[in-house]
Design a protein. Structure first.
Length: 211
């Protein structure tokens, strides 16, 4: 006899619990999150605005440069220059401030003789012809300075024994006053020695700066 509880399709297991519905954030939670983000952005914007305003209103500090120490480029030499007297009696002196920078002794001698070639500013008379230039200056181990002058030194010299003597004495005295270690000067013209200044005073050999 068939079991009345059995179905025609066979026995089935007990039914499981029904599936849970997926959790969903309530609209109120979304609104709260959005509000929090908006408040944060507003606060951040206010902080940035206040900082910029404070910086803009702050007085700009005044930068005070410290006193600049004298550099080699600003070095100045007080030179004593010798010129002829207009009455022909000896030499007259003038003191000049010459910017020498970082030049060595040879370079400084060149600057001093260039200044001598510019002529006197006072009552003295010129000792170097107009246009005379110092081409180069060098020195040997014995303390002799070789002073190479341009051709204007001879071509433009007015000549005469007294005038030539004044020229030689002015050069040697000017160098001696500023460079005590120089023992003699050899005058060259366009790189070569010459016998005389302009026909009278000999300059073919080194000229002692001091007796």
């Amino acid at each position: 006899m068939a079991d009345p509880q059995a179905g025609s399709g066979g026995a089935s297991g007990p039914a499981g619990p029904p599936p849970k519905p997926k959790a969903k954030l309530a609209p109120a939670v979304f609104a709260l999150v959005n509000l929090t983000v908006i408040v944060f952005l507003v606060v951040a914007a206010v902080v940035v605005w206040r900082h910029k305003k404070k910086v803009a209103e702050s007085p700009t500090p005044t930068l005070v440069s410290p006193p600049r120490a004298e550099t080699q480029e600003e070095a100045v030499m007080t030179a004593t220059l010798f010129f002829a007297r207009k009455d022909g009696d000896g030499l007259a002196t003038e003191t000049r401030e010459i910017a020498v920078g970082a030049e060595n002794d040879e370079g400084t001698i060149r600057l001093v003789i260039d200044e001598l070639a510019r002529g006197p500013r006072g009552d003295g008379a010129p000792v170097l012809p107009a246009g005379t230039r110092v081409l180069r200056v060098f020195r040997n181990r014995e303390g002799t300075v070789f002073l190479d002058l341009s051709g204007e030194f001879r071509r433009g010299h007015w000549g005469g024994a007294a005038a030539e003597e004044a020229t030689v004495r002015a050069i040697t005295s000017t160098v001696a006053a500023g460079f005590p270690d120089v023992r003699a000067i050899q005058i060259l013209v366009d790189g070569a020695p010459v016998e005389t200044v302009a026909g009278h005073v000999a300059i073919g050999e080194p000229i002692p700066v001091r007796p």
